[in-house]
Write a protein that binds this ligand. Structure first.
Ligand code: AKB
Length: 316
């Protein structure tokens, strides 16, 4: 019987992943934790506790007391916020991962870990189109550096200690339930909210900045599929490339305009433009497809319809 710990359950990914895991494994088997309060559906459907992953003693006690078998560690400072406080972001992103890897190494019951990496591991010297799994990696952000270092640690713990840690390099994630916070791809969530709220949006990236994106439904499906795949099928132990679809702010605006014809956009690039310019336009995820059957159901058109409907319901 699996007992699953989700760290970062109140965040953009965690708030949706917890509910999906509870459908599969049972409400009482999925322990949601965060340093901030969680949405009511999470606190009302199963266990939720405030827990700071930086506190290694509290963490290990929680894991032993609750006989945790799998950990999803989603807490992180994203690319935009990390540039404002680089050292704090480095410490939070790295120390939290090291706490989890050490717990997984020491506690026998814990037999699997998920930790997200990001397209931020790539940099301006990386091929930008259809970026390969294995390529030049010279990230220019502290977030990217922490994710790349994290990938190397995951690979090390797998090879050295047999810790079964799995990871994907998420592209930008688009969702309606919980808004993203502090990332460079956040425009692709904000634009939908502002289209519904105000009918106008000022974008912090230029109109032709192409980035790979994934609808949250597909990101959750991919994450759970990877975690459920037999270890013998996995050939990558640092982090799998994950593509999705590549879009620019202009293309998202044009798609929204099909539903809200009066929707207007202006462009006022800020410091995040440099970050976006250093990331891939599109990503080659052939190995994820081959090893564990990654596929995605939503493209820009299908996703836009759902985003606008759900945000309208939420804001009403
Ligand atoms: C960010 O923009 O920082 C994140 C990411 C791509 O990892 N969404």
């Amino acid at each position: 019987m699996e007992k699953i710990l989700v760290i970062g359950a109140s965040g953009q990914i965690g708030s949706e992943l917890v509910m999906e895991l509870r459908k599969i494994y049972g409400d009482g088997q999925v322990f949601a934790t965060d340093i901030k309060p969680a949405p009511p559906d999470i606190t009302e459907s199963g266990p939720f506790q405030l827990l700071d992953v930086m506190d290694d003693k509290q963490l290990i006690h929680f894991i032993i007391r609750n006989k945790i078998t799998q950990i999803y560690h989603l807490a992180a400072v994203l690319s935009g916020n990390a540039e404002k406080l680089p050292l704090q972001a480095w410490r939070i992103n790295m120390d939290s991962l090291m706490n989890i890897l050490e717990v997984a190494r020491m506690v026998e019951d814990v037999h699997r870990v998920f930790w997200p990496s990001s397209i931020a591991v790539f940099g301006p010297t990386t091929p930008r189109m259809n970026t390969p799994q294995l390529t030049v990696m010279e990230p220019i952000t502290v977030y990217g550096v922490s994710k790349l270092a994290g990938e190397r640690w995951c690979d090390y713990y797998f090879n050295k200690f047999g810790v079964d840690v799995r990871s994907v390099r998420y592209p930008g994630l688009i969702s309606y339930k919980t808004e993203a916070g502090g990332g460079t791809t956040d425009y692709a969530v904000e634009i939908y909210y502002e289209a519904v709220r105000k009918g106008t949006y000022e974008c912090f990236l230029t109109e032709d900045t192409a980035l790979p994106m994934l609808f949250m439904h597909d990101a959750i499906k991919a994450t759970i599929n990877l975690m459920e795949t037999d270890l013998s099928k996995l050939t990558i132990h640092n982090s799998y490339n994950l593509g999705g679809f590549s879009v620019t702010p202009k293309q998202v605006w044009q798609e929204i305009k099909k539903h809200i014809p009066e929707f207007s956009i202006s462009y006022n690039p800020d410091f995040r433009q440099e970050i976006a310019d250093s990331w891939p336009h599109s990503v080659d995820d052939t190995i994820a497809k081959l090893d564990w059957g990654f596929n995605y159901d939503y493209d820009l058109e299908k996703m836009t319809e759902i985003m606008l409907n759900e945000i309208r319901k939420k804001l009403n």
